[in-house]
Design a protein. Structure first.
Ligand code: SF4
Length: 710
């Protein structure tokens, strides 16, 4: 017998790198190998992807349902008992307090099929409006700004392969050298081809080290920075007047707002010297084509939508959108951050990126689901608001593919709200910090054990294939929803609407998305396998000469997705972060990721090799700040905000501004960064302000009395 090789994709980030999984004949082990035919990563993988199989066979892998016994311990139980307890827990809240007393919380790592089924389950089986997902924390500000400007939001409106061929890229609040290392080659090739890379980040990250120009604004001031650049564009006569006239609307008001942000004023707000602003404008405007790419930095702010909008305005004023090798794009973070938001697990959306408030969208989806449109609930709460309502308005929660005890802002409060629930059910592969609080834990299959589709940051829909047989005792999320629908349907056979075969679910998703902004109706599993991915929108027909639609790698070249085909300028103005430093909390904390861990660490903290590379949290401090504190490298320091205190070793570096400290957010316990973060929400996207909150830092080492940094 021979080894079996299955071409598939990494379970982690939005790059969705292609990989080959080689399984030994007895199925006892699986190894990751290079898959050179997938164009996005061209065979390259980061350490997370390379070690991903370790989670499949981890000794802490859950292989039996767990239920909480009378003594409060989680103990193994049969699937029958566990599913019965979940149906009872969700059903009781629904009958005692109404459908909206049941919450559903999903994840940006769920496949399209799971996200679609979870949204349908919430609205059809539970009848609740209270569903949202952790992707809200990831890209919703970029989505809101993209929709307002272009009439459509897709992470990148062009393939990554366009990056090396443009003239300049401004990378705002993104650190791909650590978050998605194989993508760094696109920026390296850009520079090799004579293009320039500008990185905007308060820290001199590994990515910033590759830049031609690094702008390091105070956290939360990149909106002002973008306005200052736009001011200079206008003042220096670099506006693309013809483009603005022919392809946009609303310029005058935006121009006026930018002119109020003169460079010296912007320097005072951001700390970025005027000559550097001028240099950035020159580098961005001189080439024929240029791009702006944003990530969590500008997005995870209480003004994230306006901040991204300011960068889009810069693109529009200079004619850098909807043209070859030019455009604005968002580098989404989670594995299916893009697809997960398109098919219905977001509080305000139906499949196909349709709006839940749109009567025509409700009618279309209701017909596919075989229900009365009026039976569909309206939009529910956003992710943080949903978590904040646990134990009060929301009494029972079904949670799938998320670990908010580590990843949500103001995490100690969120943990308290989760503990206040009457009932919590969690589907996961390991006992995450959130699963450990559950009344019932359902052990589910993971990436290599199941088939499904994801949509990467380019809008490329991909097929992840099952490569190995799951361990005995686990079931897929789709099976869980099927079984729960049977138990909660009250004899209505609702389980028929929840197939357990992913391809069957995808076939229904195709119909539900048909005609919507994210139209997948022309995509099939067969095409995904043969074509190595297909870009949405891809309608069922409309290809050349009436043939198969080829998909849409590049958006907006002919027109934007607005009623009149023009992009919209949205005027924005600078405003401070929600929590400015003061006497008591004189510094700003910003948070992010490290290369060897992924998100809440639920999977990667179970991999020895990754733990050896990144064993725990740390606090990055500038040497001047460390000196004031009396903090030494590796000694513990406490970071204190209005929401709590976290302790981690100091890492002293000139790569950070003296007025800012940085913590990665992958860990639980006393080093949990999200104990500190501020849940102030963007008014449009409802995204929390993870990227800036006021803190003080105290040295706690060597038994000395703590000194606070001022
Ligand atoms: Fe996986 Fe992302 Fe690493 Fe690629 S860059 S191997 S998708 S974690």
């Amino acid at each position: 017998m021979q080894n079996t090789v299955t071409p598939t994709h990494c379970p982690y980030c939005a790059l969705q790198c292609g990989m080959n999984l080689t399984r030994t004949p007895d199925g006892s082990s699986v190894e990751v190998g290079e898959r050179a035919d997938f164009p996005v990563n061209r065979g390259a993988l980061c350490g997370k992807g390379r070690t991903a199989p370790a989670v499949l066979s981890s000794r802490v892998r859950l292989t039996s349902p767990l239920v909480r016994d009378a003594g409060g311990a989680l103990v193994p139980a049969s699937w029958e008992e566990a599913l019965g307890r979940v149906a009872e827990g969700l059903g009781r809240a629904r009958s005692e307090f109404g459908a909206d007393a049941v919450g559903v919380f999903g994840g940006g790592g769920l496949t399209n099929e799971k996200a679609y089924s979870l949204g349908k389950f919430a609205r059809v089986v539970l009848g609740t409006s209270q569903i949202d997902y952790n992707g809200r924390f990831c890209m919703s500000s970029a989505a809101a700004a993209g929709n307002a400007a272009f009439g459509l939001d897709r992470g990148l409106p062009f393939p990554l392969e366009d990056i090396p061929r443009t003239g300049c890229v401004i990378l705002v609040g993104s650190n791909p050298a650590e978050t998605m290392p194989p993508s760094l080659r696109y920026f390296t090739e850009l520079r090799e081809n004579g293009g320039t890379l500008i990185v905007v980040d308060p820290r001199r990250t590994k990515t910033a080290e590759h830049a031609d120009l690094h702008l390091a604004p105070r956290p939360g001031t990149d909106l002002a920075l973008a306005l200052g650049l736009l001011h200079l564009v206008v003042a220096e006569g670099r506006t693309d007047e013809a483009y603005v006239r022919e392809r946009t609307a609303g310029w005058e008001e935006t121009r006026a707002a930018a002119m109020a942000h003169w460079p010296e004023y912007v320097e005072r707000i951001t700390g970025v010297p005027v000559p550097r602003l001028r240099e950035a404008v020159r580098l961005f405007c001189e080439p024929e084509a240029a791009m702006v790419l944003t990530a969590r930095g500008p997005e995870q702010q209480a003004k994230g939508t306006d901040t991204v909008g300011a960068w889009i305005n810069l693109c529009l004023a200079t004619g850098r959108a909807g043209r070859p090798l030019s455009g604005y794009g968002c580098l989404t973070g989670q594995g299916n951050g893009q697809g997960g938001r398109e098919h219905g697990q977001k509080a305000d959306q139906l499949p196909g990126y349709r709006k839940l408030t749109d009567p025509a969208a409700r009618a279309h989806v209701a017909e596919v689901w075989g229900v009365d449109p009026d039976s569909l609930p309206g939009p529910g709460r956003s992710a943080y608001e949903l978590l904040d309502a646990l134990g009060t308005d929301i009494r029972s929660l079904l949670l799938m593919g998320s670990n908010p005890v580590v990843s949500a802002p103001r995490a100690a409060h969120v943990e308290e709200r989760i503990r206040a629930l009457d009932f919590l059910a969690v589907c996961d592969v390991v006992l995450s910090e959130t699963a450990a609080l559950a009344d019932v834990v359902l052990p589910v299959t993971q990436w290599a054990e199941e088939t499904g589709t994801t949509t990467n940051l380019e809008g490329r829909v991909l097929l992840r294939r099952r490569a190995i047989t799951p361990p005995e005792g686990v079931r897929s999320d789709l099976e869980v929803l099927h079984e729960l629908a049977a138990r909660l349907g009250g004899g209505r056979n609702l389980e028929k609407g929840f197939p357990t075969d992913p391809e069957e679910v995808f076939e229904e998703l195709r119909r539900a998305s048909a005609g919507g902004p994210a139209d997948y109706s022309g995509i099939t599993y067969r095409r995904l396998a043969e074509e190595n991915g297909v870009f949405w929108p891809c309608p069922a027909s409309g290809g050349p000469e009436g043939g198969v639609h080829p998909g849409t790698p590049r958006l907006f070249h002919d027109r934007f997705a607005t009623g009149d085909g023009r992009a919209r300028f949205v005027p924005v103005s600078h405003r401070p972060v929600a929590e400015e430093p003061d006497e008591e909390y004189p510094l700003l904390l910003t948070t992010g990721r490290v290369v060897a861990q992924y998100q809440s660490g639920a999977q990667t903290r179970r991999v020895d090799e990754l733990n050896a590379a990144a064993p725990g949290p740390f606090v990055e401090l500038h040497p001047r700040l460390a000196e004031r504190l009396g903090a030494a490298e590796g000694e513990p320091v406490a970071v204190v905000s209005r929401r709590g205190r976290a302790v981690a070793p100091a890492r002293i570096t000139t790569a950070i501004r003296p007025d800012t400290v940085f913590m990665p957010f992958h860990w639980a316990g006393e080093g949990r960064a999200n104990t500190l973060t501020n849940p102030a929400l963007d008014p449009t996207s409802r995204m929390p302000e993870f990227k800036a909150c006021a803190v003080r830092v105290e040295a706690v080492g060597a038994g000395e009395p703590a000194r606070a940094a001022r």
